[in-house]
Structures are given as C-alpha cells and as structure tokens.
Write a protein that binds this ligand. Structure first.
Ligand SMILES: Nc1nc2c(ncn2[C@@H]2O[C@H](COP(=O)(O)OP(=O)(O)O)[C@@H](O)[C@H]2O)c(=O)[nH]1
Ligand SMILES: [Mg+2]
Length: 493
C-alpha cells in the first residue's frame, strides 16, 4: 500500500524523548539514576561546581546537607546556603542552586553545588554526595538528558560541545548562534519545503490512474505521474542546502584551524616573523645561520582563525649533524602545511634554491623580508605579482601578509557570506554528512523529475532527504548515533 500524506508526520516528527526506555535500554546512557559530576576543572581555584541531576536528586543531596528540610522544600530557581556534612562533620560550606523539573537544563530535578576549589575539598563533597547514591555522570550525560527530555535538539546539543571547544571568538560566536537555534530553524524550514513537495507528489500516489482521471480533471494520467508538483520549492530547498554545504568549509577552518609553516633559507628572518605573529620572543633570533635547529609551533589567532604557526630550521645543505636532522624534520612538517609561508632574504636577493622551492606548490605564499634595508628588486616575471614585501623588523607589510593568508585559507566568495549579522552554518562532520545526503537525494529526485520519471520513483528520494534532515536535529535518531555523539562530550556537560 502506498503511504498516505498524513503518515509522514508519524515517521519524521518524533521527539527526542521517544527514545527513552525501549530503544535505549541496555545502552550505557539508558539508566535514569541520579548523576553527579564536576562542572569545573579540579585544581587551585576559588570555587568548584558539582552538578547533580535526576529523579530524587534534591532529596538525596538533602541527606548530606546541614538544613535538609529547607533544601527539600526549596522551590526551583533558588539558591540556598549551608554546609555539606557527613555524620555530623562539616565537609565544606556551599551554595546550592536548586532547579525543579522540568525547568532545568536536563529537564530533571537538579542542583549546582558551589563549594570551595582546590585539590581536596571538591572531592570530599563529591564523595559525600556519592554516599547518598549519586553515580558518576558519563561524558555529556547532562546534555544527553536535556536532549531526551526535549530541552535541546541535536544541533543545539552539539553546539554546547562546540562552545566548550571554541578556539577563537568567532568560533564561539558561531556556536552560540547554533545554540540559539539558527541551524535548527534553517534545517526545519528546508525540511518543511521538501515535505511540501513530497506531499504534493504523494497526493497523486494515493490514487489509481482511473481515480486521477476522475478526480483531477485530466485525461492523461501519465502526464500527471511524470510531473513533480512544486518543483520550484524543491529548487529553493536545494539552494539552501548547498549554502549549508559551503558553510562547513569555513566552519571547519574556524574550529580546527590551519597549519601555516614558515620556510626559507637560514637567516631570512623566519624566527623573527614567527615572533612578530606571536607578539612575543618565543623563537631564538640571531644573525647566525642555523640557529633554529628544530621546528617550533604556536597557535595564533589571525582574524578569528586559529592558526598553528610553525617555525622551521632553515632549509640548506649542512654538515652539522644536529642541524641536518632539523632540516629533515622541517621538510617533513612542510607536508603537514595547509599553507607554506616562504621567505626570501631581501639582503641576499633571490637564489637558485629559492627559485627551486617556488616551483613546488600552489599552497605557497612568498614574502620578501628585510624590505627595510633592501627593497624588492626585479623578480622573475612569473612570481613578481605574488611576492609580498615585508619587514619583520619594522612590521611593514605584515597586514598584507595576514590578508594574503586569510584569502589563501578562504576563497572570498565563501568568506563574504560569513561575516554578516547572522551566520547559519553547520557545526559538525555529522551534520555535514547528513546535509550532503539530503542534498544528493534531492538532486537525484530533481533530475528524475527533469526526465519526467514516475512519481513513485521520485517520492522515496524526497523522503530520504527529509529523513536525513530529521537526523540532523535528532527527530529521527538511533541509540548508537546518540551514544557515539554524546560520548565525545566532556564529563559534567
Ligand atoms: N633589517 C632586518 N633584519 C632582519 C629582519 N628580519 C630578520 N632580521 C635579522 O636577520 C637575522 C636572522 O633572523 P632569524 O629570524 O633568526 O632568521 P631565521 O634563521 O630565518 O630564523 C637576525 O639578525 C634578524 O635580526 C628584517 O625584516 N629586517
Ligand atoms: Mg630561526
């Protein structure tokens, strides 16, 4: 039997909460027992925060609290002061924030216990809590429960992890947008467009050919079968999906960063440039060629892009055995580079070795250093336009260099779309894979429609696209996907 249009919602619009219990039983995140974990990193700090969540969490915590009745009777969104105690002994003084289901992060009764920081105190409080029956939370288990209880969809859940992992302010901003629902809304809207197309197709599928002639006032039923209604809507959905695909190119750069390796002959000023990118003297600079014996790396932020900057040993033939190893290691790290920043020594001028190197790859940016003492002289025509004049000493040309690096990392067409007010971008490989899947199903559906293939070949492809999008937000999900995802979170989140 062919599916009715109305069946669609049953298949695609389940909420995350439906996966509690049956589907999930036996899996590690399945049990709903009260959990506790540090939300802060243990160590020398003013405070430690321990989060507790689960049915009966407040009553359990009251067993080790100096004012148990007051805690038990506390309303949600309240902070109370007291002591964590075991057998009448004060363990630590604490402020306890109480949240009541469903108005909490997890949707369950929960507490944030702020106690003193340090190596020992938080642990003692945690041990006291565990005597009442709390178990250690699994990685991401709080967010997992929030998802299960319908507090967050999967894009928002993942953004929580992205936020914790953000390396620069721009990655934080993008994660915050996803946390605020930007990606969820976009996916949901695209999905609705495809559902609309699918419904249009399925109306026809519900009727036999005779019925079509009778009901739709046409004599040629094949004509109807070959025509995909709302094709324009499908095209709009496709365009929006493609935008999301592109967004990942950029998002990945902001999340993972890029490796820029500084290379060039000894003494060209590699370590000086490295230091000026870092704005500190990290790498040793001397007039003695061969000073840097191994590569050194540091993360720098270039316009919001995390850049792993690597200073290398100068590339030259050498008899010094330590330097030789350094040169070999430098050549090796060059292969890891997304971009090679190749410096030419202005003082020495361009050499045969430089020319040799320049022939090698496209991912190179060439800079003429020491322009303060020797301005760029005539260069071979094929590279003249691509050489940036700089001085590590005076800082001249460094902004041009940053710009060149940024545009090498991101094609302009791509980056333009990212600097508007609202950024809608996919934030994880998982999301990107599903956007790809939706995109190719939809493209295939459209190309079948183009060839006037029957709707019963087209409809399943549209449904596949809808399902892929449902997986992104978690409306459709399976235990193993969820487990895989949440296990990569940190404990306490
Ligand atoms: N005048 C001038 N000297 C520079 C500049 N950059 C580096 N140097 C000098 O060149 C020498 C070698 O620099 P260094 O950074 O150690 O080069 P490396 O061997 O490529 O790492 C040092 O004496 C630096 O002070 C520059 O832009 N202008
Ligand atoms: Mg050096």
């Amino acid at each position: 039997m062919r599916k009715k249009n109305g069946d669609l919602s049953g298949e695609t619009l389940q909420s995350g909460a439906m996966y509690g219990g049956a589907i999930y039983s036996g899996a590690i995140y399945s049990d709903e027992s009260p959990i506790a974990a540090f939300a802060t990193v243990p160590g020398n700090s003013a405070l430690s925060v321990i989060r507790c969540s689960g049915k009966g969490a407040v009553e359990m915590a009251a067993l080790v609290f100096s004012a148990p009745e007051r805690l038990k009777n506390t309303q949600g969104n309240t902070v109370i002061h007291g002591w964590i105690t075991t057998n009448g002994e004060k363990i630590d003084e604490a402020l306890v924030s109480v949240f009541r289901a469903p108005k909490s992060y997890t949707g369950e009764d929960s507490l944030d216990i702020s106690c003193h920081g340090g190596a020992v105190t938080g642990k003692a409080v945690m041990n006291a809590l565990k005597t009442t029956g709390f178990r250690d939370a699994l990685p991401g288990e709080f967010t997992f429960r929030a998802f299960m209880n319908g507090k967050l969809d999967l894009t928002r859940s993942e953004s929580v992890m992205e936020l914790v992992a953000a390396k620069t302010d721009i990655s934080r901003r993008h994660a915050i947008m996803r946390l605020s629902g930007s990606l969820y809304t976009e996916i949901d809207e695209i999905k609705k467009l495809i559902v609309q197309v699918l419904s249009g197709a399925e109306i026809y599928l519900d009727y036999s050919e005779d019925e079509i002639s009778a009901n739709f006032d046409t004599s040629a039923s094949e004509e109807i079968a070959g025509r995909l209604p709302n094709k324009e809507t499908a095209l709009i959905a496709l365009e929006r999906l493609k935008k999301l695909q592109t967004s990942w190119q950029i998002e990945r750069v902001y999340q993972e960063g890029v490796t820029v390796v500084i290379a060039g002959r000894p003494n060209v000023g590699k370590s000086s440039i490295f230091n000026s990118f870092l704005k500190e003297d990290r790498s040793i600079v001397t007039e003695i060629p061969g000073t840097t014996r191994d590569w050194i790396e540091a993360w720098v932020n270039i316009e919001g892009i995390p850049v792993r900057l690597v200073d290398t040993a100068g590339l030259r033939d050498t008899y010094d055995s330590v330097e030789k190893i350094g040169v070999e290691r430098s050549l090796k790290i060059l292969q890891e580079a997304d971009i090679v920043l190749y410096l030419i020594d202005g003082e020495q001028g361009i050499t045969a070795e430089d020319i040799e190197f320049m022939k090698r790859g496209e991912k190179h940016i060439f800079a003429w250093n020491k322009a303060d003492i020797s301005p760029v002289v005539s260069l071979p025509a094929e590279i003249a336009d691509n050489v940036i004049s700089i001085s590590a000493k005076t800082g001249e040309g460094l902004n041009d260099l940053y710009t060149a690096i940024i545009s090498a990392i991101m094609p302009e067409s791509v980056s333009e779309s990212m600097f508007g007010e609202t950024v809608i971008s996919v934030g994880t490989v998982r999301q990107k894979r599903l956007v790809d899947a939706a995109c190719s199903s939809l493209e295939e559906a459209l190309s079948l429609a183009e060839n006037e293939e029957p709707l019963d070949l087209i409809a399943p492809l549209l449904r596949e696209a809808v399902n892929a999008l449902g997986e992104i937000t978690g409306e459709i999900s399976t235990a193993d996907i969820l487990e895989e995802m949440f296990s990569r979170f940190c404990v306490g989140k």
